[in-house]
Design a protein around this ligand. Sequence first.
Ligand code: PLP
Length: 448
Amino acid sequence: MVETAGAPYTDPEVVARNTREHVLVSWSVQSKTNPVYITDAEGVWLYDSSGRRILDFSSQLLNLQVGHKHPKLVQAIQEQAGKMAYIGPNFANDVRAELARRLAEVAPGDLTRVLFTTGGAEANENALKAVRLATGRRKVIGRYRAYHGATFGAMSLGGDNRRWANEPGMDGVVRVFDPYCYRCSFGREPQSCSLECVSHIEEVISYEGADNIAAMFIEGLTGTNGIFVNPPGYLKKLRALCDKYGILLVADEVMSGFGRTGKWWAVDHENVVPDVITFAKGVNSGYVPLGGIILSQKLSDYFKDHMFWGGLTYSGHPLACAAGVANMQVYDDEGLIDNSARMGDLLLREMRKVQEKHPSVGDVRGQGLFVGVELVKNKQTREPITPWNSPSSGIAADLGKALMAKGIFVYCRWNMMFLAPPLIVKEEEILHGVRLMDEALAVADAAI
Ligand SMILES: Cc1ncc(COP(=O)(O)O)c(C=O)c1O
């Protein structure tokens, strides 16, 4: 395409045109997308091409834990680029080694060996390989309301409807129900719950043959399908079930890790130690693509004498790892885990007040700065305001637009809002965000 002579490439119209004509936007019908052009960002704030300030209340894709343009991460990346931008994974490298050591330090139990990837999907692909290789078993258990990434295996492993376009997908995946307490598959309420969402898995295991099952994959705390806070005892009971049958437990903490729930990992809320943690996003707040898996001692020992059949050109990329080391330091220096817990409590409390004012707000739930709002037509019947799997043009799009018009970005999907500001967020920013959401929810009230 020929550019208009003299037009700078930053010109909003040129950017919009180039985007429209040349960029394939993820998970979108291309003719229906019109992405907002963000020209600057700092802390919890985004600035669009007209200079308008927008509060980033979803940390982009729930990955920008330390917020935008954190000087320590910027400096670490600049310094590393000046020193050595890239070195292959089969050479030793200081920032790679240091980040792996720091991850082993914060990982639960004896999880101490890290394979780095470039994102969450690849992390889960490699976890799949590791558990199949180490156990010699083929099947894996996943959950219907899970998302593990968009590559072939990870997509199959999740139950999220985005897998449909990928099907029949990978062989050997068995799916079970989720701890979705607001809409319990077993008809229970919290007071009558006896964790049937775990018990039924034992029945599934008996039909599939425990000796065929390598691992069970869970999201540490389910994210994209609706922020399902694990009911008390769920993780412990699941760990015990896996142990009973020699099935490995893999916790996908890609979204729920790195303090999102107010602890380093969602599994820490019950002191449960999985056999593998998969991570990405928050590990370096998304400044350079990075993910990975952390293996237990037992799995790590297995690969001492056995080949690990996997690798990536960019495994442990120095720029990404340098950002990761700086990121971990910021967590310590700025007390981000603690801030997530405290600000999360405030956000949950304030949103529960908002819930009382709006007929469309059926449920508000969360842990740390990982809060979900579920919209309904009727609070008594809990009928969703738009059906599960409704197209992106429904209430999520209308509400998303109304929120942006008020100056706040909130990731909305189906009948859900995902409130997950950067972990550096301050009290006044939480209260400002809550006020804007309170106003914008008029759009949802009008739609019921
Ligand atoms: C729980 C979970 N796992 C895996 C992924 C995939 O990560 P990525 O998009 O980095 O491949 C995501 C992405 O949102 C996620 O939420």
